[in-house]
Design a protein around this ligand. Structure first.
Ligand code: FCB
Length: 446
Protein backbone atom coordinates (compact mmCIF):
# COMPACT_ATOMS: atom_id res chain seq x y z
CA UNK A 1 0.00 0.00 0.00
CA UNK A 2 1.48 2.99 -0.36
CA UNK A 3 -0.12 5.18 1.63
CA UNK A 4 0.46 9.24 0.66
CA UNK A 5 -1.14 12.22 2.19
CA UNK A 6 -0.26 14.97 -0.25
CA UNK A 7 -2.55 17.92 -0.90
CA UNK A 8 -4.02 16.69 -4.15
CA UNK A 9 -2.90 13.14 -4.10
CA UNK A 10 -3.66 10.54 -6.65
CA UNK A 11 -5.13 7.37 -5.22
CA UNK A 12 -1.87 5.63 -5.87
CA UNK A 13 0.18 8.26 -4.20
CA UNK A 14 -2.01 8.03 -1.14
CA UNK A 15 -0.94 4.52 -0.73
CA UNK A 16 2.60 4.91 -1.97
CA UNK A 17 3.99 7.56 0.27
CA UNK A 18 6.98 6.44 -0.97
CA UNK A 19 9.50 5.35 -0.14
CA UNK A 20 5.61 2.95 0.91
CA UNK A 21 -23.64 -19.55 8.04
CA UNK A 22 -23.83 -19.28 10.23
CA UNK A 23 -20.58 -20.85 10.01
CA UNK A 24 -19.82 -24.32 11.00
CA UNK A 25 -17.97 -24.54 14.23
CA UNK A 26 -16.90 -28.02 13.32
CA UNK A 27 -13.44 -28.75 12.09
CA UNK A 28 -14.64 -31.52 9.83
CA UNK A 29 -13.46 -31.26 6.26
CA UNK A 30 -16.85 -31.64 4.65
CA UNK A 31 -16.89 -31.12 0.89
CA UNK A 32 -17.84 -27.52 0.19
CA UNK A 33 -20.97 -26.69 -1.76
CA UNK A 34 -20.19 -25.34 -5.25
CA UNK A 35 -20.71 -21.66 -5.95
CA UNK A 36 -24.36 -20.87 -6.60
CA UNK A 37 -25.07 -21.05 -10.27
CA UNK A 38 -27.78 -18.75 -11.38
CA UNK A 39 -27.16 -19.75 -14.98
CA UNK A 40 -27.06 -23.13 -16.59
CA UNK A 41 -24.58 -25.94 -16.30
CA UNK A 42 -21.29 -25.93 -18.11
CA UNK A 43 -18.26 -23.79 -17.53
CA UNK A 44 -17.43 -22.43 -14.10
CA UNK A 45 -19.69 -19.50 -13.40
CA UNK A 46 -18.30 -16.04 -13.79
CA UNK A 47 -17.48 -14.66 -10.34
CA UNK A 48 -19.52 -11.60 -9.52
CA UNK A 49 -18.62 -10.27 -6.13
CA UNK A 50 -17.30 -7.67 -3.77
CA UNK A 51 -13.98 -7.38 -2.01
CA UNK A 52 -12.71 -6.27 1.38
CA UNK A 53 -9.42 -6.68 3.24
CA UNK A 54 -9.00 -7.63 6.89
CA UNK A 55 -7.28 -4.57 8.32
CA UNK A 56 -9.63 -2.22 6.54
CA UNK A 57 -12.82 -3.68 8.00
CA UNK A 58 -12.14 -5.99 10.96
CA UNK A 59 -11.08 -3.47 13.58
CA UNK A 60 -8.49 -3.72 16.35
CA UNK A 61 -5.90 -5.54 14.33
CA UNK A 62 -3.51 -4.72 17.15
CA UNK A 63 -0.64 -7.10 16.41
CA UNK A 64 -0.16 -5.83 12.87
CA UNK A 65 2.55 -3.53 11.58
CA UNK A 66 0.12 -0.94 10.27
CA UNK A 67 -1.78 -0.70 13.57
CA UNK A 68 1.47 0.38 15.22
CA UNK A 69 2.22 2.90 12.47
CA UNK A 70 -1.18 4.44 13.05
CA UNK A 71 -0.28 4.97 16.72
CA UNK A 72 3.28 6.32 16.60
CA UNK A 73 4.25 9.95 16.15
CA UNK A 74 4.81 11.17 13.61
CA UNK A 75 2.42 9.18 11.51
CA UNK A 76 1.26 9.50 7.95
CA UNK A 77 -2.12 8.06 8.88
CA UNK A 78 -4.90 10.58 8.97
CA UNK A 79 -6.55 8.65 11.79
CA UNK A 80 -6.22 5.22 13.40
CA UNK A 81 -8.23 2.27 12.07
CA UNK A 82 -9.73 1.61 15.53
CA UNK A 83 -12.85 -0.53 15.36
CA UNK A 84 -12.96 -0.19 11.54
CA UNK A 85 -16.30 -1.71 10.45
CA UNK A 86 -16.23 -4.20 13.35
CA UNK A 87 -16.30 -6.94 10.73
CA UNK A 88 -14.28 -9.28 12.92
CA UNK A 89 -17.56 -9.56 14.86
CA UNK A 90 -20.05 -8.66 12.13
CA UNK A 91 -18.71 -10.78 9.27
CA UNK A 92 -21.91 -12.86 9.10
CA UNK A 93 -23.88 -9.71 8.42
CA UNK A 94 -21.42 -8.76 5.69
CA UNK A 95 -21.76 -12.16 4.03
CA UNK A 96 -25.53 -11.94 4.29
CA UNK A 97 -25.46 -8.66 2.40
CA UNK A 98 -23.36 -10.16 -0.39
CA UNK A 99 -25.72 -13.10 -0.51
CA UNK A 100 -28.78 -10.85 -0.58
CA UNK A 101 -27.33 -9.09 -3.62
CA UNK A 102 -27.26 -12.39 -5.51
CA UNK A 103 -23.52 -12.12 -5.96
CA UNK A 104 -21.59 -15.38 -6.03
CA UNK A 105 -18.12 -14.42 -4.80
CA UNK A 106 -16.54 -12.69 -1.83
CA UNK A 107 -12.93 -11.62 -1.54
CA UNK A 108 -11.44 -11.14 1.91
CA UNK A 109 -8.05 -11.44 3.50
CA UNK A 110 -6.78 -13.32 6.51
CA UNK A 111 -4.74 -11.24 8.93
CA UNK A 112 -1.41 -12.96 9.49
CA UNK A 113 -0.88 -11.04 12.75
CA UNK A 114 -4.02 -12.59 14.25
CA UNK A 115 -2.95 -16.07 13.16
CA UNK A 116 0.66 -15.66 14.35
CA UNK A 117 0.64 -12.73 16.79
CA UNK A 118 4.13 -13.58 18.03
CA UNK A 119 6.64 -15.43 15.91
CA UNK A 120 5.97 -19.15 16.09
CA UNK A 121 2.87 -18.76 18.29
CA UNK A 122 -0.11 -19.80 16.24
CA UNK A 123 -3.65 -18.89 17.21
CA UNK A 124 -5.90 -21.81 16.48
CA UNK A 125 -8.86 -19.59 17.35
CA UNK A 126 -7.92 -17.12 14.62
CA UNK A 127 -7.54 -19.89 12.06
CA UNK A 128 -10.94 -21.25 13.13
CA UNK A 129 -12.43 -17.80 12.72
CA UNK A 130 -11.34 -17.56 9.10
CA UNK A 131 -12.33 -21.17 8.48
CA UNK A 132 -15.84 -20.33 9.64
CA UNK A 133 -15.96 -17.50 7.13
CA UNK A 134 -14.90 -19.78 4.29
CA UNK A 135 -17.46 -22.39 5.25
CA UNK A 136 -20.18 -19.78 5.64
CA UNK A 137 -19.37 -18.43 2.18
CA UNK A 138 -19.85 -21.89 0.76
CA UNK A 139 -23.12 -22.35 2.59
CA UNK A 140 -24.29 -19.04 1.15
CA UNK A 141 -23.22 -20.01 -2.38
CA UNK A 142 -20.30 -17.58 -2.42
CA UNK A 143 -16.89 -18.49 -3.81
CA UNK A 144 -14.33 -17.35 -1.20
CA UNK A 145 -11.36 -15.59 -2.80
CA UNK A 146 -8.81 -15.45 -0.01
CA UNK A 147 -5.89 -13.05 0.15
CA UNK A 148 -2.94 -14.06 2.32
CA UNK A 149 -1.16 -10.72 2.38
CA UNK A 150 -3.12 -7.53 1.85
CA UNK A 151 -0.40 -5.04 2.78
CA UNK A 152 -0.34 -5.88 6.51
CA UNK A 153 2.05 -8.27 8.25
CA UNK A 154 2.62 -9.04 11.92
CA UNK A 155 4.44 -6.36 13.85
CA UNK A 156 7.17 -8.85 14.79
CA UNK A 157 7.77 -9.54 11.10
CA UNK A 158 8.16 -5.85 10.30
CA UNK A 159 10.49 -5.36 13.27
CA UNK A 160 12.78 -8.10 11.92
CA UNK A 161 13.13 -6.24 8.66
CA UNK A 162 10.01 -7.43 6.88
CA UNK A 163 10.46 -8.58 3.30
CA UNK A 164 14.13 -7.66 3.44
CA UNK A 165 14.90 -10.31 6.07
CA UNK A 166 16.55 -13.31 4.40
CA UNK A 167 14.04 -15.71 5.98
CA UNK A 168 11.00 -13.72 4.88
CA UNK A 169 10.01 -15.85 1.86
CA UNK A 170 10.19 -19.09 3.86
CA UNK A 171 8.40 -17.50 6.81
CA UNK A 172 5.57 -16.36 4.57
CA UNK A 173 5.36 -19.77 2.89
CA UNK A 174 4.91 -21.37 6.33
CA UNK A 175 2.06 -18.97 6.99
CA UNK A 176 0.48 -19.81 3.62
CA UNK A 177 0.78 -23.53 4.30
CA UNK A 178 -0.75 -23.19 7.75
CA UNK A 179 -3.71 -21.23 6.44
CA UNK A 180 -4.45 -23.50 3.51
CA UNK A 181 -4.04 -26.65 5.58
CA UNK A 182 -6.59 -25.31 8.04
CA UNK A 183 -9.17 -23.72 5.80
CA UNK A 184 -8.09 -24.30 2.24
CA UNK A 185 -10.60 -26.95 1.35
CA UNK A 186 -13.47 -24.56 0.72
CA UNK A 187 -11.40 -21.78 -0.83
CA UNK A 188 -12.09 -20.86 -4.45
CA UNK A 189 -8.97 -18.81 -5.32
CA UNK A 190 -5.93 -17.76 -3.33
CA UNK A 191 -4.24 -14.42 -3.75
CA UNK A 192 -0.80 -14.57 -2.18
CA UNK A 193 0.04 -10.86 -2.39
CA UNK A 194 -2.11 -7.83 -2.97
CA UNK A 195 -0.50 -5.26 -5.25
CA UNK A 196 3.16 -5.95 -4.51
CA UNK A 197 3.89 -3.47 -7.34
CA UNK A 198 2.04 -0.56 -5.78
CA UNK A 199 5.06 1.34 -4.58
CA UNK A 200 6.81 0.92 -7.92
CA UNK A 201 3.69 2.28 -9.56
CA UNK A 202 3.40 5.23 -7.21
CA UNK A 203 7.05 6.21 -7.54
CA UNK A 204 7.57 5.70 -11.25
CA UNK A 205 8.33 8.94 -13.00
CA UNK A 206 7.68 11.07 -9.91
CA UNK A 207 9.93 13.00 -7.63
CA UNK A 208 9.15 12.02 -4.08
CA UNK A 209 7.76 14.74 -1.86
CA UNK A 210 10.61 15.36 0.61
CA UNK A 211 8.25 16.07 3.50
CA UNK A 212 6.32 12.86 3.01
CA UNK A 213 9.54 10.95 2.58
CA UNK A 214 10.96 12.32 5.83
CA UNK A 215 7.74 11.69 7.73
CA UNK A 216 7.71 8.14 6.43
CA UNK A 217 11.27 7.60 7.64
CA UNK A 218 10.46 9.14 11.04
CA UNK A 219 7.28 7.08 11.38
CA UNK A 220 9.15 3.85 10.62
CA UNK A 221 11.94 4.81 13.03
CA UNK A 222 9.39 5.45 15.77
CA UNK A 223 7.80 2.04 15.12
CA UNK A 224 11.21 0.38 15.26
CA UNK A 225 11.97 2.05 18.61
CA UNK A 226 8.57 1.07 19.97
CA UNK A 227 9.36 -2.51 18.95
CA UNK A 228 12.86 -2.51 20.47
CA UNK A 229 14.37 -2.89 17.03
CA UNK A 230 16.56 -0.85 14.75
CA UNK A 231 14.31 -1.48 11.77
CA UNK A 232 10.67 -1.61 10.78
CA UNK A 233 9.81 -2.50 7.23
CA UNK A 234 6.51 -3.22 5.59
CA UNK A 235 5.21 -4.07 2.18
CA UNK A 236 5.62 -1.29 -0.34
CA UNK A 237 7.96 0.82 1.73
CA UNK A 238 11.71 1.31 1.47
CA UNK A 239 13.61 0.35 -1.64
CA UNK A 240 10.79 -0.67 -3.98
CA UNK A 241 13.03 -2.26 -6.59
CA UNK A 242 14.84 -4.30 -3.96
CA UNK A 243 11.58 -5.67 -2.60
CA UNK A 244 10.53 -7.33 -5.86
CA UNK A 245 12.81 -10.37 -5.67
CA UNK A 246 12.04 -11.43 -2.06
CA UNK A 247 8.31 -10.91 -2.52
CA UNK A 248 8.26 -12.94 -5.74
CA UNK A 249 10.29 -15.63 -4.01
CA UNK A 250 7.77 -15.61 -1.14
CA UNK A 251 4.98 -15.94 -3.69
CA UNK A 252 6.67 -18.92 -5.36
CA UNK A 253 7.34 -20.73 -2.09
CA UNK A 254 3.81 -20.06 -0.87
CA UNK A 255 2.39 -21.27 -4.15
CA UNK A 256 4.43 -24.46 -3.90
CA UNK A 257 3.26 -25.04 -0.32
CA UNK A 258 -0.39 -24.47 -1.29
CA UNK A 259 -0.15 -26.79 -4.28
CA UNK A 260 1.31 -29.46 -1.99
CA UNK A 261 -1.93 -29.39 -0.05
CA UNK A 262 -4.49 -28.64 -2.76
CA UNK A 263 -3.00 -29.02 -6.22
CA UNK A 264 -6.30 -27.92 -7.79
CA UNK A 265 -6.55 -24.63 -5.92
CA UNK A 266 -5.93 -21.67 -8.25
CA UNK A 267 -3.14 -19.45 -6.92
CA UNK A 268 -2.18 -16.01 -8.15
CA UNK A 269 -1.32 -12.52 -7.02
CA UNK A 270 -2.89 -9.20 -7.80
CA UNK A 271 -1.29 -6.15 -9.33
CA UNK A 272 -2.17 -2.50 -9.37
CA UNK A 273 -2.70 -1.75 -13.06
CA UNK A 274 -4.16 1.46 -14.40
CA UNK A 275 -5.07 1.61 -18.07
CA UNK A 276 -1.80 3.18 -19.23
CA UNK A 277 -2.14 5.22 -22.38
CA UNK A 278 0.74 6.67 -24.39
CA UNK A 279 0.59 10.36 -25.22
CA UNK A 280 2.87 11.57 -28.02
CA UNK A 281 5.56 9.78 -30.02
CA UNK A 282 8.15 9.80 -27.19
CA UNK A 283 5.91 8.41 -24.51
CA UNK A 284 7.76 6.55 -21.77
CA UNK A 285 4.97 3.99 -21.61
CA UNK A 286 7.23 1.02 -22.35
CA UNK A 287 9.72 2.15 -19.74
CA UNK A 288 6.94 2.23 -17.17
CA UNK A 289 5.72 -1.20 -18.18
CA UNK A 290 9.19 -2.71 -17.94
CA UNK A 291 9.72 -1.28 -14.46
CA UNK A 292 6.32 -1.53 -12.84
CA UNK A 293 4.72 -4.68 -14.27
CA UNK A 294 7.17 -6.86 -16.21
CA UNK A 295 8.67 -8.79 -13.25
CA UNK A 296 5.19 -9.60 -11.97
CA UNK A 297 3.91 -10.63 -15.38
CA UNK A 298 6.92 -12.93 -15.73
CA UNK A 299 5.84 -14.70 -12.55
CA UNK A 300 2.14 -14.63 -13.43
CA UNK A 301 2.84 -16.71 -16.54
CA UNK A 302 3.51 -19.59 -14.13
CA UNK A 303 0.41 -18.91 -12.03
CA UNK A 304 -3.21 -20.00 -12.41
CA UNK A 305 -4.64 -16.50 -12.78
CA UNK A 306 -3.68 -12.90 -12.38
CA UNK A 307 -5.69 -10.49 -10.27
CA UNK A 308 -6.05 -7.09 -11.91
CA UNK A 309 -6.87 -3.98 -9.85
CA UNK A 310 -7.76 -0.91 -11.85
CA UNK A 311 -9.19 2.38 -10.70
CA UNK A 312 -8.52 4.73 -13.60
CA UNK A 313 -6.29 5.40 -16.57
CA UNK A 314 -2.83 6.93 -16.56
CA UNK A 315 -1.58 9.11 -19.39
CA UNK A 316 2.14 8.73 -20.07
CA UNK A 317 4.09 11.39 -21.91
CA UNK A 318 7.76 11.85 -22.72
CA UNK A 319 8.57 12.87 -19.13
CA UNK A 320 6.46 10.29 -17.38
CA UNK A 321 2.98 10.52 -15.93
CA UNK A 322 0.81 13.41 -17.11
CA UNK A 323 -1.72 15.16 -14.91
CA UNK A 324 -5.38 14.28 -15.07
CA UNK A 325 -6.80 16.13 -18.12
CA UNK A 326 -8.15 19.59 -17.46
CA UNK A 327 -11.85 19.58 -16.73
CA UNK A 328 -12.06 15.82 -16.20
CA UNK A 329 -14.30 14.58 -13.40
CA UNK A 330 -12.34 13.17 -10.50
CA UNK A 331 -13.01 10.74 -7.70
CA UNK A 332 -12.40 11.54 -4.04
CA UNK A 333 -8.89 10.14 -4.44
CA UNK A 334 -8.08 12.58 -7.21
CA UNK A 335 -8.24 9.93 -9.94
CA UNK A 336 -9.82 10.71 -13.25
CA UNK A 337 -13.31 9.25 -13.43
CA UNK A 338 -12.73 6.75 -16.23
CA UNK A 339 -14.75 3.57 -15.73
CA UNK A 340 -13.76 2.03 -19.07
CA UNK A 341 -10.14 1.74 -17.81
CA UNK A 342 -10.71 -1.82 -16.66
CA UNK A 343 -11.26 -2.97 -20.26
CA UNK A 344 -7.81 -1.78 -21.34
CA UNK A 345 -6.00 -3.13 -18.32
CA UNK A 346 -7.42 -6.64 -18.49
CA UNK A 347 -6.68 -6.93 -22.21
CA UNK A 348 -3.12 -5.83 -21.59
CA UNK A 349 -2.62 -8.11 -18.57
CA UNK A 350 -3.89 -11.11 -20.51
CA UNK A 351 -1.82 -10.30 -23.59
CA UNK A 352 1.29 -10.14 -21.41
CA UNK A 353 0.69 -13.28 -19.37
CA UNK A 354 -1.65 -15.54 -21.34
CA UNK A 355 -3.34 -16.31 -18.03
CA UNK A 356 -6.98 -16.03 -16.96
CA UNK A 357 -7.70 -12.63 -15.45
CA UNK A 358 -9.72 -12.06 -12.29
CA UNK A 359 -10.73 -8.48 -11.64
CA UNK A 360 -9.94 -8.52 -7.94
CA UNK A 361 -10.60 -4.79 -7.44
CA UNK A 362 -12.31 -2.03 -9.39
CA UNK A 363 -14.30 0.86 -8.07
CA UNK A 364 -14.20 4.50 -7.08
CA UNK A 365 -14.22 6.69 -4.02
CA UNK A 366 -17.17 9.04 -3.98
CA UNK A 367 -19.73 10.44 -1.57
CA UNK A 368 -22.12 10.52 -4.51
CA UNK A 369 -23.53 7.04 -4.87
CA UNK A 370 -25.32 8.04 -8.08
CA UNK A 371 -21.86 8.35 -9.60
CA UNK A 372 -21.01 4.82 -8.49
CA UNK A 373 -24.35 3.65 -9.89
CA UNK A 374 -23.23 5.03 -13.29
CA UNK A 375 -19.62 3.83 -12.95
CA UNK A 376 -20.58 0.18 -12.39
CA UNK A 377 -22.52 -0.39 -15.65
CA UNK A 378 -19.77 1.29 -17.67
CA UNK A 379 -16.96 -0.65 -15.98
CA UNK A 380 -18.70 -4.00 -16.11
CA UNK A 381 -19.67 -3.42 -19.76
CA UNK A 382 -15.95 -2.97 -20.51
CA UNK A 383 -15.20 -6.25 -18.74
CA UNK A 384 -17.97 -8.09 -20.56
CA UNK A 385 -16.82 -6.66 -23.91
CA UNK A 386 -13.31 -7.97 -23.30
CA UNK A 387 -14.72 -11.34 -22.27
CA UNK A 388 -16.85 -11.44 -25.43
CA UNK A 389 -13.71 -10.79 -27.46
CA UNK A 390 -12.17 -13.89 -25.94
CA UNK A 391 -10.13 -12.51 -23.05
CA UNK A 392 -10.49 -15.17 -20.36
CA UNK A 393 -11.86 -12.98 -17.60
CA UNK A 394 -13.12 -15.17 -14.79
CA UNK A 395 -14.71 -12.63 -12.50
CA UNK A 396 -15.37 -9.09 -11.38
CA UNK A 397 -15.00 -8.24 -7.69
CA UNK A 398 -15.98 -4.69 -6.86
CA UNK A 399 -13.95 -2.69 -4.38
CA UNK A 400 -15.43 -2.42 -1.92
CA UNK A 401 -18.30 -4.08 -0.14
CA UNK A 402 -18.11 -1.56 2.70
CA UNK A 403 -17.04 2.01 3.27
CA UNK A 404 -13.86 1.20 5.14
CA UNK A 405 -10.45 2.30 6.41
CA UNK A 406 -8.64 3.59 3.36
CA UNK A 407 -5.11 3.36 4.77
CA UNK A 408 -3.41 6.77 5.02
CA UNK A 409 -6.63 8.51 4.05
CA UNK A 410 -8.54 6.97 6.96
CA UNK A 411 -12.33 6.97 6.81
CA UNK A 412 -12.60 9.88 4.35
CA UNK A 413 -12.89 8.11 0.99
CA UNK A 414 -16.09 6.16 0.40
CA UNK A 415 -15.49 3.13 -1.78
CA UNK A 416 -18.39 1.04 -0.45
CA UNK A 417 -21.47 -0.48 -1.99
CA UNK A 418 -22.65 -0.36 1.59
CA UNK A 419 -22.22 2.46 4.07
CA UNK A 420 -21.26 1.83 7.67
CA UNK A 421 -22.35 4.08 10.51
CA UNK A 422 -19.12 5.02 12.27
CA UNK A 423 -20.72 4.83 15.72
CA UNK A 424 -23.23 1.98 15.55
CA UNK A 425 -21.60 0.04 12.66
CA UNK A 426 -25.04 -0.22 11.11
CA UNK A 427 -24.79 -1.22 7.46
CA UNK A 428 -26.95 0.41 4.80
CA UNK A 429 -26.96 -1.00 1.28
CA UNK A 430 -26.55 1.81 -1.26
CA UNK A 431 -28.50 1.92 -4.55
CA UNK A 432 -25.29 1.25 -6.51
CA UNK A 433 -25.11 -2.19 -4.88
CA UNK A 434 -28.46 -3.01 -6.46
CA UNK A 435 -27.09 -1.92 -9.82
CA UNK A 436 -24.21 -4.36 -9.50
CA UNK A 437 -26.63 -7.03 -8.29
CA UNK A 438 -28.83 -6.55 -11.37
CA UNK A 439 -25.88 -6.80 -13.75
CA UNK A 440 -24.63 -9.95 -12.03
CA UNK A 441 -28.07 -11.53 -12.01
CA UNK A 442 -28.61 -10.86 -15.69
CA UNK A 443 -25.18 -12.14 -16.64
CA UNK A 444 -25.42 -15.28 -14.54
CA UNK A 445 -28.83 -16.16 -15.91
CA UNK A 446 -27.85 -15.79 -19.54
C1 FCB B 1 -6.05 -0.79 -3.49
C2 FCB B 1 -5.96 -1.62 -2.26
C3 FCB B 1 -7.23 -1.66 -1.42
C4 FCB B 1 -7.89 -0.30 -1.38
C5 FCB B 1 -8.10 0.21 -2.77
C6 FCB B 1 -8.83 1.52 -2.84
O1 FCB B 1 -4.80 -0.31 -3.79
O2 FCB B 1 -5.62 -2.95 -2.61
O3 FCB B 1 -6.89 -2.14 -0.14
O4 FCB B 1 -7.12 0.55 -0.63
O5 FCB B 1 -6.85 0.35 -3.41
Amino acid sequence: MSLKPSPSPSRRSILTAGTLAAALATQSHAAPAPPRRVGGEGAAPFLWGAAIAGHQVEGNNVASDIWLLEQVRPTLFREPSGDACDSFERWREDLQIVRSLDLNAYRFSVEWSRIEPAEGQVSRAALDHYRRIVLACREAGLAPVVTLSHFTSPRWFAAKGGWFHPDAPATFARHAERVIRHLGEGVSHVVTFNEPNLQLLGEWGRTPDPVVRQTMADMLAAAARASGSDRFSLMNTGDAAAMVAPVLEAHRLARQAIKGIRPDLPVGMTIALPDDQAVGPDSRLEDKRATVYAPFFAQARHDDFLGVQTYSRSLIGSDGPLPVPEGADRTQMGDELYPQAIGGSIRYAHAQTGRPILVTENGLATEDDALRARFIPAATAAVIAARDEGVPVIGYLHWSLLDNFEWFAGYGPKFGLVSVDRTTFERTVKPSARVLAGIARRDLSR
